[in-house]
Each structure stands twice: as C-alpha cells, then as structure tokens.
Design a protein around this ligand. Structure first.
Ligand SMILES: [Zn+2]
Length: 327
C-alpha cells in the first residue's frame, strides 16, 4: 500500500482535488478546487522550458545515490520533484509517488534487500522523460481542442469534427492525443451526489481524464482576447477572456478584461455626456433665436461624426471636447 493518496472529481462546474501523504505522522491532506477545466488548461500551457535541464540533473543524482548510498542525493532528487510540483500541482502525483519510493529505498539502505531490487524501486526514466512527455501532450491536447472545440466554427457537429480529426490523423498516430484506460471509481460525494472519481497514477492520467471530461461534455473553446490561449467556455458563450492565465499579480485575463471593459465603457460614457451637454445647450439656442434649426442640425450631424471618431480613438477626448467648444 502506498503511503499517499490523490483523488479528483468534477462537480457543479468545479474540479476538486485531495492529495497528500497518509502515513501515521503525515500532515492533513491538501484540498484544492478550481473552476472546471482550469487545471487541465494551465497544464497544457505550462512553460516546460525551465525543466529542460532537469532530466540530466535528476539522472546524475540517481547515479550518485545508487553508487554512494548517501542520503544527500535522495534529497537532491526530492528537490527536483518539489520544483515540478510547485510549477503545477498535477505533478504532486509524481512527487508523492517518488517521496514514497525514496522512503522505501532509504529503509533498505539504498541497496537490494528483502527481495527488493533497488533499480526496480527507483525507475528514474519515469521522471526524466516527464519534460519531453509533457511537451508532447501539450501539443497534442491543444491540437485536439483547436480542431474539435472551436466555438466560432459552425460547420460541423462536435462528434463529426472529433471523428474527422481522429480519422484524418490516424495514419500518423504519433500526432494525436490518445485516451487511455484511467483508474476511475464512482463514488458518493459529500453525501449529496455521485461522481466519477479519478485516482491518478501519473500526470498523463490527470491530463487524459480532464481532457476526456471536456470532450464528453462537448465543451466549446475560444482563444482568449488577452493572452491568446484556448480556454473552455463553461458559462456564457460570449466569453472573451480566460480564467486560466494569471498575470504577475495573480489576476486572470477575465478579471483584467472586466477592468479594461469597465474603463473603456466609462470613457465612452464621458464622451457621450460631453456630447449631450453641448447638444442640449445648442438646442436651447434655437428657441432663444440665436441660431437656425438648419444650422443646429448641420452642427449635430458633424458632432456625431466627431463623437464616432473619438469613440474609435481616431481623435482624443481632449480634441473632441475642443471641437465641441467651438462656437
Ligand atoms: Zn487569457
């Protein structure tokens, strides 16, 4: 029995995760929840470049551990696993598995003992191949989303696009995302409802499971107006900004987009107010006999043109005000 657990399920538009060590002196399990599909999309866009050098370093530490049996090399390996888990919590499954393996290895003094082969216990290639595997899964996952889920393409049904995508690419099956059997259970959640619960063994299981959930629900996706990344449409079909990408302050594009829209709308309101004020003032001049009606309607037609220029950014708000102020 491994001394750790990792389970996840989706319900009510969110995804829930529980994970951690389960030994007698273990800390409480970590619980986490996110809007549905965000964990997957963050993984598909995770920058793996910082991890390109990891496989060689991990391999080096592993060799040193096997040859010297010194604890410091196990610690070094744990350090690389921590870095992965910090980059994305899907890698917690890798970290937990390997912390468990390294503990077992320490218990037998990093040598073959009690019928355990140390090389079988620490299959390093399962960690060293991670960066290249993730690169590949990102490429295939995003290609699937683009080919099948694009909300702004109305040509074919979801299933037709999905079938076409797989038939088209069947010859070169290296380029398609392959769904595999997943360790899934069906459980009562919080005494309220049943849901499919995944007990992942690898990061592949997590990506596979959540991509599959999106496909099974026939979700649609769009490219975010701010970061340009694909995101799943889970609420309004007119959504333009994602809640996947975070800026340096931890704000999502959706949050930034809402602020941007608000300021845009506010400044358009200011333009409109200025225009209306001037319009009313001049309208009152007709009754006062200061100007003719014809003059007024010529002016208002021109004012609307200037306002449109200002709304589109062709002229500034200051220039518009200056124009309105002219006699
Ligand atoms: Zn975005």
């Amino acid at each position: 029995m491994p001394n750790y657990t990792f389970r996840t399920y989706a319900a009510n538009g969110r995804e829930y995760y529980t994970y951690g060590e389960t030994g007698s002196d273990a800390l409480p399990l970590t619980k986490k929840d996110l809007p549905f599909s965000v964990g997957l999309m963050r993984m598909l866009y995770l920058d793996m470049h910082p991890f390109l050098g990891m496989p060689a370093k991990f391999d080096h530490a592993w060799r040193n551990l096997i040859h010297t049996r010194e604890e410091q090399y196990a610690d070094e390996m744990r350090g690389y696993l921590d870095e992965l888990a910090q980059a994305h919590f899907f890698f917690e499954i890798t970290r937990l598995e390997w912390y468990d393996r390294l503990q077992l290895a320490a218990d037998i003094g990093y040598a073959d003992k009690n019928g355990i082969d140390i090389l079988d216990l620490l299959p390093r290639e399962r960690v060293t191949h991670i960066p290249s595997e993730i690169f590949e899964l990102q490429r295939r996952g995003l290609a699937l989303i683009e080919a099948v889920m694009d909300i702004d393409r109305k040509d074919e049904s979801f299933q037709k696009r999905l079938v076409d995508y797989y038939t088209r690419n069947a010859k070169e099956d290296l380029s398609i995302f392959t769904f595999r059997p997943c360790p899934v259970s069906y459980e009562l959640i919080d005494g309220k409802e049943f849901a499919e619960v995944l007990y992942p063994e690898t990061v592949y299981d997590l990506i596979d499971y959540y991509l599959r959930q999106c496909v099974q629900r026939e979700l649609r996706a769009r490219e975010c107006k701010h970061c340009g990344h694909w995101f799943m449409i889970t609420t309004r079909s007119t959504a333009e900004y994602c809640d996947v990408t975070l800026d340096e302050r931890g704000h999502t594009c959706k949050e930034r987009g809402a602020i941007k829209k608000w300021t845009e709308r506010k400044s358009q309101d200011d333009v409109f107010k200025e225009y209306r004020r001037e319009y009313k003032r001049r309208f009152s001049w007709i009754r006062a006999g200061r100007i003719s009606e014809a003059w007024f309607y010529n002016w208002s037609a021109e004012a609307r043109k200037q306002k449109a220029k200002c709304d589109s950014g062709e002229i500034t708000f200051e220039e518009f005000k200056e124009w309105l102020g002219r006699p």
